[in-house]
Design a binder for this molecule. Structure first.
Ligand SMILES: C[S@@+](CC[C@H](N)C(=O)[O-])C[C@H]1O[C@@H](n2cnc3c(N)ncnc32)[C@H](O)[C@@H]1O
Length: 226
């Protein structure tokens, strides 16, 4: 079985981020490196980078989430970024939304194994499906990594963000290009670009880049319907 401990150089950062939940984060690392690989949810070559590229890279976006924010992680896959966020921030109620059954089963088992009942809820479905929208309601923050380009993601998720709430989309080098490609969609859905933020400076290299989109108080499309 693959070791679950963070590499020595990352241990202080992992300890600072997860505090007394570091043991649970290590349990998650073990499940990602073994079960998730065996079940085809994570590529075998990614095992080496489970801590820097997956767990820490995702956990650091907690910097952008206010205390107690109702948070929905869309397209969680094997639990990223929702599970590291939940472990780093016990104050956040988190919903993991994922359509694929195999992944949902893994996520449900994770909640059991990591004792996250009461904090994390797994929902099977697409973020843009009416029944999912009804179940999660309007949240303070939506997180997403590697789910879809912004111009597709924004219309899927903005309806589940409360006015003034935010979509936090982890994006790499294409952040600027995707943001500029999504301007029309932002205008029609009531999304306001709040910039590209850099999280985890001095913790992950490179730091995590997050596109921040706020839902405006009044959506242009709603105006016409009144
Ligand atoms: C490439 S995976 C990324 C998984 C994870 N976020 C990560 O960073 O490792 C994309 C995930 O988004 C999910 N997905 C695609 N379209 C979706 C939608 N409309 N609503 C919710 N999830 C979706 C897929 O099922 C898949 O698990």
């Amino acid at each position: 079985m693959t070791s679950a401990e963070p590499p020595a150089v990352l241990r202080p950062a992992a300890a600072a981020l997860f505090g007394d939940r570091l043991d649970l984060a290590q349990r998650y690392a073990r499940l990602l490196s073994n079960d998730a690989v065996r079940r085809g949810l994570i590529g075998p070559r990614e095992v080496e980078s489970v801590w820097p590229r997956h767990i820490l890279n995702c956990a650091v976006i907690q910097e952008l989430i206010p205390d107690g924010a109702r948070t929905v992680d869309v397209g969680s896959g094997a639990g990223l970024p929702g599970v590291p966020l939940a472990l780093a921030r016990p104050d956040l109620p988190i919903w993991l939304v994922e359509p694929l059954e195999r992944r949902v089963r893994f996520l449900t088992e994770l909640v059991d194994a990591l004792e996250l009942h009461g904090q994390v809820t797994v929902i099977r479905g697409r973020a843009d499906a009416p029944e999912v929208r009804q179940t999660v309601g309007e949240c303070d923050a939506v997180t997403a990594r590697a789910v879809a380009p912004l111009d597709r993601l924004v219309p899927w998720v903005l309806p589940i963000v409360r006015p003034g709430g935010r979509l936090l989309a982890i994006k790499g080098v294409r952040a600027e290009a995707e943001l500029s490609d999504s301007m029309k969609v932002l205008a029609s859905t009531g999304g306001v670009a709040r910039g590209i933020r850099t999280c985890g400076v001095g913790i992950v290299d490179p730091p995590t880049r997050v596109v921040v989109i706020e839902r405006a108080s009044n959506r242009p499309n709603d105006e016409g319907k009144r």
